[in-house]
Write a protein that binds this ligand. Structure first.
Ligand code: PXG
Length: 464
């Protein structure tokens, strides 16, 4: 068998990748022509690729490497746990120490009466759990007709059939027979793109009241839950107007609708608190977690469930679970990740140092001619690119054309900054220092300048 290593020439690795590896969310035919970028190692906030470039990773992998790369402690804990107990399940009335310890730790960190954890291997799996759990909850309470889950357009809740149905990505729904029945989508609180002439706070209220309208239209006796990300991540770091969440909370309380906060991105420090629900003042019945729980070092996710919901579910056998629910190695790694976050006071670093500094620098990008809106909550930020700030105009070109050009300039400048349509987004490791933030902003500004020149050269600076 050929041994494939970091030391092989890039082109050879790319050819093997193109021949055998199907990438997620990728036009694989197109990628095989271009060749995938090959990341070989990483340390702190930096990636190294097979060509030796040092790249500042302002996305923390895929919004997950919260404590940064290269943490030996996590590697050691994983090795120790693999030697002691590499695997055992948590079905059939068994358990093990890593799952016990992690569930207890999560219950300690989670607000209110969110004291119960159902483990999964990812955020998608956890949201599939949530679909079944909330429906089963209402069935056990004698209200089996309460099965509709209300979500939002442009939400991201995962890529399995269930979680992808919860999500509101039309491109995903167009493939593979989604959404499943009894999922209903209302509009998102994206004032920049959809607010028209309405003041932002009024728009936030209007969008929140779409939840009430949907409940009344569907019938209170049909609606099981509302699910939302405290701040939409993959949708483009859409920060809702301040008026939005209090109104959503009021409506969920009034109609006895379970509130599921999808904390897969917002959880574990991203917004400056353990959970985005604390930052946005939300009182969920269930929280979805993954990503930052282990800082991405091991695949693990789960649902944190209120005492009330858990006690009802406990009344029956819940016919649901995954081989890797509470996987001992992933659990041990997650626990060590949380220990490090506490020991190093990473939340304090975010709140007192990194987030205020990043906010100041990020919001100053508004002075760039291409930037129409600069939003940031804790360590997740976005800018809207526009050909006309005053009009909050979209580009005449297909959505994403300009964002892609900007993203390519970022890569060329050794910065990972993503684009979602024509929004640019960041979500750097929480441990990033002010000096590294300076470099991030410098590279982002340079990339914006280059993008602007390219748009002029290609005659793309036109409003839709
Ligand atoms: N909920 C939210 C809020 C997420 O952001 C998931 C659930 C699903 O988690 P898993 O672990 O199943 O991927 C996510 C994942 C992107 C991107 O392009 C974002 C995610 C995943 C893949 C790509 O920003 N978020």
């Amino acid at each position: 068998m050929t041994v494939i290593t970091n030391h092989m020439p890039t082109a050879e690795l790319q050819a093997l990748d193109a021949a055998h590896h199907m990438h997620p969310f990728t036009a694989n035919g197109e990628l095989s022509q271009k060749g995938a970028r090959i990341i070989t190692r990483a340390d702190g906030v930096h990636l190294t690729d097979s060509e030796g470039h040092q790249i500042l990773d302002a996305m923390a992998g895929l919004w997950c490497v919260n404590i940064g790369y290269g943490r030996d402690e996590l590697a050691e804990v994983a090795a120790r746990q693999m030697r002691e107990l590499p695997y055992y399940n948590t079905f059939f009335q068994t358990t093990h120490v890593p799952a016990i310890a992690l569930a207890a730790k999560i219950a300690e960190l989670a607000p209110g009466d969110l004291n119960n954890v159902f483990f999964a291997g990812s955020g998608s799996e956890a949201n599939d759990t949530n679909i079944r759990m909330v429906r089963h909850y209402w069935a056990l309470k004698g209200k089996p007709t309460k099965s509709v889950i209300i979500s939002r357009k442009n939400a991201y809740h995962g890529s399995s059939v269930g979680s992808g149905s919860l999500g509101g990505m039309s491109g995903m729904h167009a493939q593979g027979g989604m959404p499943i029945p009894d999922i209903h989508h209302i509009n998102q609180p994206n004032w920049w793109a959809e607010g028209g002439d309405m003041p932002a706070e009024e728009f936030g209220l209007q969008r929140a009241r779409e939840l009430e309208e949907a409940i009344l239209e569907l019938g209170e006796d049909r609606v099981a839950a509302f699910i939302a990300e405290p701040v939409q991540g993959a949708g483009g770091v859409i920060v809702p107007p301040d008026s939005y969440w209090p109104e959503i909370q009021r409506i969920c309380d009034k109609y006895e609708i379970l509130l599921i906060a999808d904390e897969v991105i917002c959880g574990f420090g991203r917004t400056g608190n353990w959970f985005g629900s604390e930052t946005l003042n939300i009182r969920p019945d269930i929280m979805t977690i993954a990503k930052g729980l282990s800082s991405g070092y091991a695949p693990i996710g789960g649902s944190i469930v209120s005492d009330e919901v858990a006690s009802v579910i406990a009344g029956d056998e819940f016919n649901h679970g995954y081989t890797y629910s509470g996987h001992p190695v992933a659990s041990a790694v997650a626990l060590e990740n949380l220990r490090i976050m506490e020991e190093e006071n990473i939340l304090g670093h975010v709140r007192d140092v990194a987030a205020p500094y990043l906010k100041e620098k990020w919001e100053a990008l508004i002075d760039h001619p291409l930037v129409g809106e600069a939003k940031i909550v804790g360590m997740m930020g976005s800018i809207a690119l526009t050909p006309n700030k005053e009009a909050r105009a979209a580009f005449a070109s297909d959505a994403g054309t300009v964002g892609y050009i900007c993203r390519e300039r970022c890569f060329a400048n050794n910065l990972v900054m993503r684009h979602v349509g024509d929004r640019m987004i960041i979500s750097p490791p929480l441990v990033i220092t002010p000096e590294q933030i300076d470099v991030l902003i410098e590279r982002a500004a340079k990339s914006l300048d280059e993008c602007y020149s390219e748009l002029k050269a290609q005659d793309l600076l036109h409003s839709a």
